[in-house]
Design a binder for this molecule. Structure first.
Ligand SMILES: O=C(O)/C=C/C(=O)CC(=O)C(=O)O
Ligand SMILES: [Mg+2]
Length: 193
């Protein structure tokens, strides 16, 4: 565990690495094939938003979805981390939303383009720190990712959404949580012209 206080890890400006189609039930709900290894994409630090600020619907989207995900906060950096040592690199956990402009993602997919405009826009990663026991299936993802992306202290890994994604609207108040553990709440506004 890191000696640094990670309760405000989003203020360090580190990268966010997201795993896609990690759960078969979500792949099925969007009628996607189940991948044989993790699909990865990135969000920039400008994607972070925390309670008290709004999630902004991008001007160019009319179908913004929420995805509720477990986030893993990296406490010690490394490259090519073996699974056996992976948990030594975890500083803690976060409840996260992977906000997704689904209409834009569909266009990107149909054209074979990256998902950046659909997934990496400002406020696309609402977060709240979360306290959990260290008994999740995290080592494989840390080891897989760190083979080709050096992990740094303060990085956040989003581990993928289970099924149950749906659209959100301007003026909605979103509540996300894990029963009896943590909840968070965000208002949704539209990005100004
Ligand atoms: O392939 C799709 O249509 C959608 C994939 C995702 O949005 C991947 C995720 O972000 C996820 O599984 O959490
Ligand atoms: Mg996701």
């Amino acid at each position: 565990m890191t000696a640094r206080n990670i309760s405000r890890f989003w203020e360090w400006g580190r990268k966010i690495i997201c795993v896609g189609r990690n759960y078969a039930d979500h792949a099925k709900e969007l009628k996607n094939a189940i991948p044989t290894e993790p699909i990865l994409f990135l969000k920039p630090p400008s994607a972070y938003v925390r309670e008290g600020s709004s999630i902004l619907v991008p001007r160019y989207s009319n179908n913004l979805h929420h995805e509720v995900e477990l986030g893993v906060v990296i406490g010690k950096g490394g490259t090519a981390i073996p699974e056996s040592a992976a948990m030594e690199h975890v500083a803690g956990y976060a409840l996260c939303l992977d906000m997704t402009a689904r209409d834009i993602q569909d266009v990107c997919k149909s054209k074979g383009l990256p998902w950046t405009r659909a997934k990496a826009f400002n406020t696309s990663c609402p977060v709240k720190r979360l306290h959990l026991p260290d008994d999740f299936l995290i080592p494989y993802l840390i080891s897989y990712i760190s083979e080709f992306i050096t992990l740094e202290e303060g990085d956040l890994i989003l581990t993928g959404t289970p099924k149950g994604v749906s659209a959100v609207q301007e003026h909605d108040q979103l509540q996300a949580g894990i029963q009896d553990v943590v909840t968070m709440s965000f208002r949704v506004d539209r990005q100004e012209k």
